[in-house]
Design a protein around this ligand. Structure first.
Ligand code: SF4
Length: 374
């Protein structure tokens, strides 16, 4: 099984922390961009004719900001050109300030059956600070429109002036709104974004505070019936994201649109981030790929470990052994240094629950060992 990612790079305005490939106030380009996106799909149809896709994911940017007819058109193109599995998971990211009942109705007609809503925080002053375009009330309205649907809400930790009470309030807000999945993650401060100044001024909560909030948030979510299946992802049973699970299992995927990447046959392709270049390439009949990386075996091996250990289930040791030989033979000394933080359950090696948040510092030991070579 494989996944399809479709990038919609338009937004109403730029959030203060955002360094994604997204453009505010470029709605005049929507039609031309989407025409190119449909064409890019056509350019890859022969190469992908034997693949069966189990998930489709519209991400951005803000997919819900554009006229929904383009999302409908993109799904029509997907269904015409590619093979989908019997019951595919089809997700769209939505910004609460851009959603209407009519849009949701058309998304559903297009086959979309999962929604991901960027709540971030239920505190209006924090939303304003992030330059988000909506209020908590707008989220509540969208939640009403999504009643009974499978939907995710994002919750962000580490905001200026945030408290644990605010985080609990945000979680309550998402849960009461009917979310079946919650992504809870720490704000990443990128150099060059407006929020970087707050960081330099020491106005953001420090790492230890955020780590404590994460732990408290995790138990709070568990009390509410959301189990953690990956560092940042919590779901009601059966509502885990299949699209993301495919990434963590190093499954194949194809990405369409600006900045999208694809991973097939141990090759990673990345599309251009430049909108004019993207459109010129596609219109001239060329793939808009600007980077092509052949993933060698040591890298693939390390990626399997890094991604597997992000999940609560852990790394599948039998699958690993089939591909690369015994895990414990190869990484004997890294395992010796990290074993107090890990546990083996059946066929899986996992990071103990209380250490999952600091997964990076554990996994780095395996990267070091990989670098030393065979
Ligand atoms: S809505 Fe998302 S992609 Fe758009 S500016 Fe905000 S964070 Fe960036």
């Amino acid at each position: 099984m494989a996944g399809i990612y479709i990038h919609i790079p338009f937004c109403k305005q730029k959030c203060s922390y955002c360094d994604f490939c997204s453009f505010p106030n470029k709605s005049g380009y929507e039609e031309a961009y989407m025409a190119c996106l449909y064409k890019e799909m056509e350019l890859r149809k022969d190469e992908l004719k034997d693949k069966v896709f189990d998930t489709v994911y519209f991400g951005g940017g803000t997919p819900s900001v554009i006229d929904p007819k383009y999302i409908y058109g993109a799904m029509k193109q997907v269904k015409t050109l590619f093979s989908l599995s019997k019951n595919p998971e089809i997700t769209i990211e939505m910004n609460p300030g851009t959603v209407t009942e009519e849009k949701i109705a058309l998304y559903k007609r297009a086959g979309i059956n999962r929604f991901s809503v960027g709540l971030q925080t239920a505190i209006d002053s924090q939303l304003a600070d992030l330059n988000r375009i909506y209020t908590a009330r707008d989220f509540a309205h969208v939640a009403t429109l999504l009643k009974g649907e499978n939907f995710n809400a994002d919750v962000m930790l580490g905001l200026k002036g945030q408290t644990m009470e605010d985080i609990k309030k945000t979680i309550d807000f998402a849960v009461l709104g009917g979310a079946s999945h919650i992504s809870m993650y720490a704000l990443t401060v990128e150099d060059g974004t407006p929020i970087y100044t707050d960081y330099l001024n020491g106005e953001l909560p420090d790492e230890d505070t955020v780590a404590n909030w994460y732990e408290e948030g995790r138990s709070y979510l568990e009390e509410k019936g959301f189990h953690r299946y990956e560092i940042s992802n919590f779901a009601k049973t059966g509502r885990e994201s299949r699209h993301n699970r495919n990434y963590w299992e190093r499954g194949e995927y194809v990405g369409f649109g600006l900045s999208a990447s694809s991973f097939m046959h141990e090759r990673r392709l990345t599309n251009t981030f430049d909108q004019d270049e993207y459109m010129k390439c596609v219109l001239s009949g060329f793939l808009p790929v600007v980077d092509c990386e052949e993933v060698d075996e040591p890298t693939a091996r390390f990626e399997s470990i890094m991604l597997g250990l992000r999940t609560a289930k852990g790394l599948d040791l039998s699958a690993f052994e089939k591909k690369y030989g015994s895990f414990f033979d190869r990484y004997a000394s890294a395992y010796e240094r990290t074993k107090d933080y890990m546990t083996v359950e059946g066929n899986y090696l996992k990071i103990k629950d209380e250490y999952l948040y600091v997964q990076n510092s554990i996994v780095i030991e395996y990267m070091e060992e990989e670098k030393k070579g065979d």
